[in-house]
Ligand binder design. Sequence first.
Ligand code: MN
Length: 230
Amino acid sequence: MPFVFDPPAPATLPVEGGTDLYPVRRIFCVGRNYAAHAAEMGQEVDRSAPFYFTKSPAALAPSGATLPYAPGTADWHHEMEFVAALGAPAFRTAPDRALATVWGYGAGLDMTRRDLQAAAKAKGRPWSLAKDHENSAVLGALRPAAEWTPGAQRIRLDVNGETRQDATLDTMVWSLAELIADLSHYYHLGAGDVIMTGTPAGVGPVRPGDRLEGHIDGLPPVAMQVGAPL
Ligand code: MN
């Protein structure tokens, strides 16, 4: 093929318990999907509809790595999130059929340049600089959907061994099935599409040297160590 340079390797996620890789096509993220987190951000949940932003697959970082403190920010925040990875098409799909399109589940960190997000909000500008940056989507291994079903599992994040975020998945404002159904009215969703479903309360800044460990009951964990800025 006449590529003018070597195309990058596909972005992938590991699958629990083996060497298989899940190729990532797109990353959709949900805003304000836990009422207590919306409140800590000084916002109210809009119960008329969910809202979204996206991250490029180039924002992916493997779980367990030391990642340099992000450039261009003095307020890099952790957001612990429940993640679903689709394996089948969904377009104008009803909620009661939505979970059948999920290939697997995992845990992830939506790393956020909070100062840039606040500035963007104040000026009515997009969130891209705040949300879609290198190493901003730290995702753990996937567990196949046949082996796990979302319910009221605990979701929690520890920083240096101290719990900072702690909630249960049934407190999401919009369930995963509702999110897939809603998104499927705007996109032809399908295999390779990953959804980060929003963060519970307790977000906060990280510092070089911090060790983050996120757990969702029954799923592979997500972890990162914050390195020095580049
Ligand atoms: Mn988030």
